[in-house]
Ligand binder design. Structure first.
Ligand code: WT7
Length: 650
């Protein structure tokens, strides 16, 4: 390997590794050579009430139908909790680290069992049945984990909505999956600031009611004790309810293809989609990837810094690690509170061995100076993970050199909400690293690169990243809209799963993700549809038209750049800019906060009125000398104004 930034597997990484290079190659060949046999063997890593006899039944053609282990019966909560009780009932299952550094708790597997059973009985008492959708809008507190497992235990389908989303966004998600139950907290706490979750829930329920969805029950966990409104007969305190029910609850015997959860994610068009994940294959896949990608050994302390509102929190804070009997850390706070040493202090405090975070956090912490890292020990760290967006080699090297002191492999994991689990990543004892590359596929994964004409690119080259065959963790449908599922993922290239990402394969067969090729942007590792921000902007009565694009941002990866055409007679000024920014935050949530707003009298459109985003992207990047052909524009002169008033001059 000749590239710069190559880091060969170190002897220490190999020493006790679960998978060495030879094993990786052999297992990989087996997994793609005879998937049925491979996944039959590995399906047994979880416990089944009734064993499966069929392993794989999947087609990417026609209507697209994906089934794994379809005649097996199991339960996710049973696998993540009950089956560990005998051997590790007194082991810590979850370490909870609060927003305030003096606030922490641990929960053993035994305690987790009781909390989850009680919560499950509370749900049952309030009428939640197998198959019902339960919306969870929670801060990063233990009760969020209890709630998710309680749903899994009784066969209810959870839809976790990130606590940073607005009442409108929450209402949209409640309505889309027709959820009559909401679990929330009085308030959340982040960096010392209170987030009015119950208040937002009340508002969302009102909005949903206008769309014909009635929320019958709201279970509220007390986090801050802040003042909230209360609807008698609808709202119930979790602690009161949990005290009045039995401490044991039999797990439902679920079919492998019964839904486990819905998670909303942004696409290039329309409203966020409810990505649906099912039970058996998902758990096999996330537990297996958690074990091998992080070279997880019994007794390791594992910390993934994500929020349970995202898929990373589902798969790699809770389901994967707990299926493996791990000790997983749940962090309520943020990386720079009270100081930029917080992450490393938490590592030292809880002796974290495996640490998994996002490039945006790495870049932000790198930016404030090495001294915040260097004053901590970090000697417990063995593995460093990265997820959510491409990690630039500079950030990678800093993570490796400064945080890990060149002792810990940096494991860059590429995957998506839809893939359920990690797809491309180096296994620590097996695969040489290259800074900036997610390296090689996991077992059973066959990435393919396709060009615009649908030709498969063999060997070195770039193209759109697709998957040739099904894997157990993948999404099965878009909730309530299978047609949209087929359309979004399987119609660009017939018979293949299309990820929406561009990618390069180098001479060593390593994969380098280059980012989205559609109108989705990635802001601090969070996926945002430009169409969603546009529709929030045009919902403002002073806005006539809007076009939104991403541009490179030093910390966030991509920033949100908005071109706004104002309504007749409205004056453009800084106050209006602030008003529009506040409006978008209000409509969607803080993660959609526009970074730049450019007032544009006209947008570049073709004669058929299609906005030419290529031009808008270039101007946002301050690369206007390379605009390409503008002769097909209906009015080429708008471009001059756009360039003259660009907001990103370097
Ligand atoms: C999109 C998926 C995976 C869970 C968190 C995000 C980008 C994700 C990487 C990576 C380069 C990455 C892709 C992907 N992405 N991980 N390691 N290297 N890009 O899940 O919200 O579904 O977003 O995030 O563009 O398509 P998500």
């Amino acid at each position: 390997m000749s590239d710069a930034h190559v880091h060969p597997v170190q002897p220490a990484w190999k020493k006790n590794a679960l998978i060495d290079n030879e094993t990786y190659l052999k297992w990989y060949a087996d997994s793609v050579g005879d998937p049925d046999k491979f996944w039959d063997e590995h399906g047994k890593r979880i416990d089944w009430f009734k064993p499966y006899t069929k392993v794989k039944n999947a087609s990417f053609e026609g209507d697209v139908s994906i089934k794994w282990y379809e005649d097996g019966l199991t339960n996710v909560a049973y696998n993540c909790i009950d089956r560990h009780l005998e051997r590790r009932g007194d082991q810590t299952a979850i370490i909870w680290e609060g927003d305030d550094p003096s606030d922490d708790k641990t929960v053993t597997y035994k305690e987790l069992y009781e909390h989850v059973c009680r919560f499950a009985n509370v749900l049952k008492k309030h009428g939640v049945k197998k198959g019902d959708r339960v919306t969870i809008y929670m801060p990063m507190v233990l009760e969020a984990a209890y709630a998710m497992f309680a749903c899994a235990r009784i066969g209810a389908v959870h839809s976790v909505v990130f606590g940073g989303f607005s009442p409108d966004a929450l209402a949209g998600r409640i309505t889309d999956c027709k959820s009559n139950f909401v679990i929330t907290a009085d308030e959340g706490l982040r960096a010392g600031k209170r987030i009015p979750l119950k208040d937002n829930t009340d508002k969302a329920i009102e909005i949903a009611a206008k769309d014909g969805i009635k929320v019958d029950k709201v279970i509220v966990t007390r986090r801050t004790g802040g003042k909230i409104d209360w609807v008698e007969g609808r709202d119930f305190w979790l602690h009161e309810e949990a005290a009045s029910v039995e401490p044991a609850c039999e797990p439902e015997h679920m079919r492998a293809e019964d839904p486990l959860f819905i998670l909303y994610t942004s696409g290039s068009t329309g409203k966020p989609k409810g990505v649906l994940h099912t039970t058996g294959g998902y758990l096999v896949y996330v537990s297996m990837t958690h074990q091998y990608v992080f070279d997880y050994h019994d007794g390791d302390i594992y910390w993934c810094t994500a929020d349970v509102g995202w898929v990373t929190g589902h798969s790699y804070i809770l389901y994967g690690p707990l299926a493996n009997g791990a000790t997983t850390l749940m962090f309520e706070g943020v990386p720079n509170y009270p100081t930029p040493s917080r992450m490393w202090e938490v590592v030292d405090k809880h002796k974290v061995n495996i640490f998994y975070t996002a490039p945006t956090a790495i870049r932000a912490l790198r930016g404030v100076g090495d001294e915040w890292v260097e004053k901590t020990s970090r000697k417990s760290l063995r593995i460093l993970g990265s997820v959510g967006e491409p990690i630039n080699p500079e950030a990678w090297e800093w993570y490796f050199n400064v945080v890990g002191e060149q002792r810990c492999p940096v494991i860059d994991t590429w995957w998506q909400t839809e893939t359920g689990g990690i797809m491309i990543a180096p296994l620590p004892g097996a695969i040489d690293l290259k800074a900036g590359s997610a390296t090689l596929p996991f077992f059973g994964i066959i990435p393919e690169l396709l060009d615009g004409d649908g030709n498969i690119i063999e060997g070195e080259g770039s193209g759109n990243l697709c998957m040739r065959q099904a894997w157990p963790g993948m999404t099965r449908t878009v909730f309530g809209d299978h047609e949209r599922y087929v359309q979004t993922y399987f119609s660009t290239y017939k018979g293949k799963y299309f990820s929406g990402d561009g990618c390069r394969r180098d001479a060593d067969g390593y994969y380098w993700i280059t980012g989205r090729v559609d109108d989705v942007i990635n802001v601090s590792g969070h996926r945002m549809g430009t169409a969603e921000v546009e529709s929030a902007l045009v919902a403002h009565d002073k806005v006539a038209e809007a076009a939104v694009v991403g541009y490179p941002h030093d910390i966030k990866g991509q920033g949100i750049y908005c071109y706004v055409t104002l309504a007749e007679g409205v004056a453009a000024n800084d106050d209006l800019r602030k008003e529009l920014i506040a409006h978008v935050r209000h409509e969607i949530g803080a993660i959609a906060t526009p970074d730049k707003i450019q007032f544009a009298p006209g947008l570049p459109k073709t004669r058929s009125a299609k906005i030419m985003r290529r031009i808008l992207r270039k101007i946002a990047e301050d690369e206007f000398s390379a605009l390409g052909d503008t002769s097909t524009l209906a009015d080429p002169s708008v471009v001059d104004d756009l360039i003259a008033n660009r907001q990103n001059k370097r």
